[in-house]
Structures are given as structure tokens and as C-alpha cells.
Design a protein around this ligand. Sequence first.
Ligand code: TYD
Length: 148
Amino acid sequence: MADKVVKSSIYDCSIVHLPKVHNRTGNITALENEKTIPFKVKRVYYLYDVPGGAERGGHAHRKLQQFIISASGAFDVLLDDGLNKKLVRLDRPHIGLHIVPGIWREILDFSSGAICLVLASENYEENDYIRDYEHFKQFRADTGSSDI
Ligand code: TYD
């Protein structure tokens, strides 16, 4: 049986200012599990060569947490908990966006050459995805806590 968890909201998602070591020859930002990243990273992937006008990532996750960084360039992340929506522009490699489970997210308005780096708390598991927005709305509409 699935775990009972309290439903998340977009206000549980947060912008994280990452440490930056700066000198004349450039910057370095280091990420560490359960310190800079608020969970244990199991998987890293990145989106690149995204054509102009493309929208990626229209889905929610039941359990997976993610931490998104613009490694290069800029893009918007749309967060949606079924009630509230928020658009976050990521355009600096020292800014991260932590997204909790149960949030619909889309990634859009990529600048040319942008690289969207995603750190995930779980391995790739198709069963963890909610890919259909109507299904997502139904999942969010369930009262109280939900089996996610
Ligand atoms: P998907 O998560 O649907 O990307 P987006 O929502 O940004 O469009 O993944 C697209 C394809 O890539 C899908 O066929 C599954 C595959 N994929 C993997 O094999 N491993 C991964 O870690 C990810 C994120 C995707």
C-alpha cells in the first residue's frame, strides 16, 4: 500500500542560493548531498540543445524530489499545485530550485544554448510520473492527504 503523505504546495518549493567561490579566474559552486542539496541525490540528468519555443517536463512526480539549476543560459520553471501557480526564472548557476513531490512542473522559454541540470532523489521510474494534467488535477482534488 502507498505511503500516506500530506499534500505539498508550491510554497514548499524553494529557491536556494548556492555557495560560490569566486576569484579572477572564474567561479566554482559545489553541491553536497543533504547539505547544499536537501536530499540524497541518486540521479543527475540535463536538458540541452532544446529548440527555441520548446516546452519540456510537463509532469508531476509522486515521490521524487528534484533540484534544478541553470548550468548555462536561462529558462522558466512553472510550478503548479493544482491551486496556485508560480513561474520561476533560473538564469544563474549559483541559484537552485528545490521542488517537492506532487507538484506539476513545466520548463519553458529556454535561451539559446541553455543547460538545465536536474538532480533527482530517485532513479528513473516511469511509475513515479503523472504525465496527464487531468490525472494530476484528480490526484490533487482528493481530499486531505493523498496516496502518492
Ligand atoms: P521525460 O522525463 O519525459 O522528459 P521531459 O519531461 O523533460 O520531456 O523524459 C524523456 C525521455 O527520456 C523518456 O523517454 C524517458 C527518458 N529518460 C530516461 O531514460 N532517464 C531519465 O533519467 C530521464 C529524466 C528521462
